[in-house]
Write a protein that binds this ligand. Sequence first.
Ligand SMILES: C[S@@+](CC[C@H](N)C(=O)[O-])C[C@H]1O[C@@H](n2cnc3c(N)ncnc32)[C@H](O)[C@@H]1O
Length: 213
Amino acid sequence: MSNILYDDQVKYLTFLRNESKSLIKEMEIYAAKNKVPILDWMSAEFLEQLITIINPKKVLEIGTAIGYSSIRIASKLRKKALLDTIEKSKNNIKLAKEYIRRAKLTSSINILEGDALEIMPCLDKKYDLIFLDADKEDYEKLFHYSLMLLKKGGVLFVDNLLWHGYAAAKSVPESYTKSTKIIREFNKMFMNSTELQSTILSIGDGIGLGVKL
Ligand SMILES: C[S@@+](CC[C@H](N)C(=O)[O-])C[C@H]1O[C@@H](n2cnc3c(N)ncnc32)[C@H](O)[C@@H]1O
């Protein structure tokens, strides 16, 4: 759960949360049991709201994992809109395909199998919304590729920018030192980009929201 909000706020918001579909619940349980990092439910709900507001025709996701956020995005897309989602882990791809089949969303989700660092430079479409949620070491390069693939006025949605609270913490455990440094550097770049109107929101694990200028 969130290390960004106080426990009382999280409990209260969880109490108010609407019932999710059973497949979504099942995926959240699977991810928690198997330690698959998926989007926090509050961030997922916020992302769904954005999809509804923006009504994107083309969405790109970098980091499918088991397909949790892919399903949440695609379930809010209008007819004929398409989600391309990139994943490099064969095991995750297998699980994602099965969940996407069960969600009856195979026609609106296209899994691009392989490393986003190799796939993104070969893409020739432009996207209305890009969701960046991959390995943090790759974030800087993936950020630049995302800017190239984002339409003017398009939205970049980036997860984990408060990094379990460590991005803003005075002391960081040894095991998080390297990743925290990467996130802090990324946040400076994200907030100072002249190509984006950017903000970081304290939802879930910290959401970066940038609109391409
Ligand atoms: C945080 S998980 C994605 C969670 C997913 N977006 C969700 O919320 O349900 C990150 C995923 O990105 C994949 N990944 C990391 N770096 C990648 C890269 N460079 N290219 C493709 N996939 C990558 C990992 O294998 C992992 O499955």
